[in-house]
Design a binder for this molecule. Sequence first.
Ligand code: ADP
Ligand code: MN
Length: 279
Amino acid sequence: DLLTEKIFQEKNRSELRIKDKALISTVENAIDRRTRLLLFKFLSTGVLDSIYGCVSTGKEANVYSAVTGCNFYTNLQIPSFLQPFACQEDHSTDVLALKVFKTVALSFRDRDRYIDGDIRFKNGYRKGSSRDMVILWTEKEFRNLRRLAKIGVPVPFPYYLKKNVLIMKFIGTNHKAAPLLKDVVLPSSEWLKLYLQVCRLMRKMYRDANLVHGDLSEYNLMYHDGELIIIDVSQAVENDHPSMGYFLYRDCKNVCLFFKSRIGEDTNFSGVLTDNDQE
Ligand code: ADP
Ligand code: MN
């Protein structure tokens, strides 16, 4: 009846307020008003149950952990172009990572280099409108993650995208993010295995997904349960991009320099290479 409904509304509203407060205290000053409203909407409509602390604050994006009770694939309307493949599993118990792209104080010129020459963004990209551009950038990361997940490259599974917020699987344990490769301590033999793993992943990305990461280094590789996870693929370019060769070269160089510092010069690769690697 009317009274119960009113009580229910009140209850909802006060619950929402508590969430609001917690949310504002963690993200205050970090994001603009429209983005904050979008996050409130996620909470009030059940896309998310709660947003936890900040995992990372970067120049271009902040990452938060969150949880949801909803199954993204049955409960939410995702535009069909974002659904290149269906996800059968129920991920509603997964911890989520929210990557919130900043709409202010960005290095635009840098981004133009990646977007220009990418045929996927020929239309709909208005230079000069920073918010539109950031939204496009978010979509680019979402699509790249989708494409990589589809062919089995280990990336955080991308669930949902809205404006400048991307929702993906959280890599880590209990809201504590897995370490980046740069912070991992391992024996030399283990580094050798990981080096080969990165090489194979780069080849798979290039051959099967037509993508070159463009910012691959020990800063964008996570190490979780003994496995590597590739992150931060918003700038990845297709392999017909005019600067693809340069990006690929730079990725190779970063990866080689890093692993050289961990493995040592006098490594014997015999015994670890497979026939497939000889190619
Ligand atoms: P940027 O480097 O542009 O700030 P990243 O995508 O590299 O953005 O994310 C920044 C940091 O957030 C990462 O270094 C990592 O520590 C953390 N992070 C990113 N994605 C996830 C994820 N899916 N799960 C857990 N932590 C993440
Ligand atoms: Mn990064």
